[in-house]
Design a protein around this ligand. Sequence first.
Ligand code: NAG
Ligand code: NAG
Ligand code: NAG
Length: 420
Amino acid sequence: MPRALLLLLVLAAPLARGDECPADRAPVETHEARLHRDLLCDYSPDFRPVRDHTTPVTVKVRFALKYISFDSQEETFTIHSWVALSWTDQFLGWEPAQYGGIAETQFESHEIWTPRLALFNADASKFNMDSFYVTCLATSAGAVTCVPALAHHAVCRAALRRWPYDRQNCTLFFGSWMHTGEQVNFTFYRNQPVVLDEAQDGPGWRLLTVAHRRLPGNYNNATYPMLKYTFVLQRESAGPAALVVAPAAAVALLTLLGPLLDARRPARLGLACFTLLAHFTFLSEIGYNLPKHSADTPVLLLFARDSMVLSLCGVAAALAGAALRGRGGAGRGGGAAPGWLRAAVRLTARSPARYVVFTEWAAPGDDHKPLEADLTAADAAAAAADDDWAQFADLFNSFVFFTTLLVYIILLCWYIPYSD
Ligand SMILES: *[C@@H]1O[C@H](CO)[C@@H](O)[C@H](O)[C@H]1NC(C)=O
Ligand SMILES: *[C@@H]1O[C@H](CO)[C@@H](O)[C@H](O)[C@H]1NC(C)=O
Ligand SMILES: *[C@@H]1O[C@H](CO)[C@@H](O)[C@H](O)[C@H]1NC(C)=O
């Protein structure tokens, strides 16, 4: 069956060729065909369509944005848009009355001269095309408009300090690659140079505004005008914030909770070690989805780093607190507290600081006091020493807690109000 089909195709091929027209088909020349032939004979699409070479071709540009996307890891910014380009072609005017009243006609862009709008900060690893192939519209006055759908890939440095609440400014510079402004003069459309009505946001980003400005680019008696578009993007932060901001607050709270526990309890050391481990896990977790190779490091990463150091101090404080509580215990071979330590304890007990020194919750059954009657002088001295050590441990613990709290407050004040 396929072979028969092939044979049929081969046999039918000469018939399908349009060489032979039916005899009754006389050539009809329409107004439009005549117009095209008259305009395009001896037309060269290679040169600027001006009779006097000192006349600039003014090209008006309008971007109708369709889609934007930004990759903060690769630092590339892509816009998909319909780019309306409009200029006057001095060789494409006609008298409508001579062509049956045709006022407008279409040309393929390769048949006529078209301007080449180059993106200067293009991402050279992607395909950026400054020529295009579309159908263009020409009026009898010689005004030509082409609206190619183009994608432009630009390089855009990411500013991630406020990640995941960051905003990005991506600037695109357009102009002519080789023509001066005296030859091809790119300008904006007078009204609506940028149309955002149908713009769709790419994954993870919301387009806030687009600012546009024309840079005249005066240089050596010539101008090299550039059209500058600044796109301001806001990250859709709900997802990343849920992934990292709440866990960051959780590990910080854990670090802060540690000193509230009784130093004699194994739970204290356990919690401190767990907190440290949680920091490591958190850091490696955010390391995956956080773009860390940017111009500036996200403050969240710095906060997690500092918080990890604090939690390490928390482990040390738990060990030190346990050691202090263990010192001087009656029957545990402890000694009397040194004088400076007792002085510090007395001083605190008398100053207003005593209100903020919290005493640890005594573990039940651990330090029930012996009956007064049973106390010998040595026992009393040992108990007093024990008491000094215990009070000093309380003091130390409170100091650790308030220092941690203070450091966290300083960190938050340092990192959070940073504005760009
Ligand atoms: C980003 O662009 C906006 C609007 O043009 C401007 O106000 C702001 O200063 C820019 N920010 C940076 C960091 O360039
Ligand atoms: C190009 O256009 C701009 C603004 O439309 C105008 O100010 C400038 O004079 C023009 N340049 C030339 C060389 O015509
Ligand atoms: C710029 O123009 C002036 C006056 O026409 C001329 O003297 C000068 O040499 C020109 N400069 C350059 C770099 O062409």
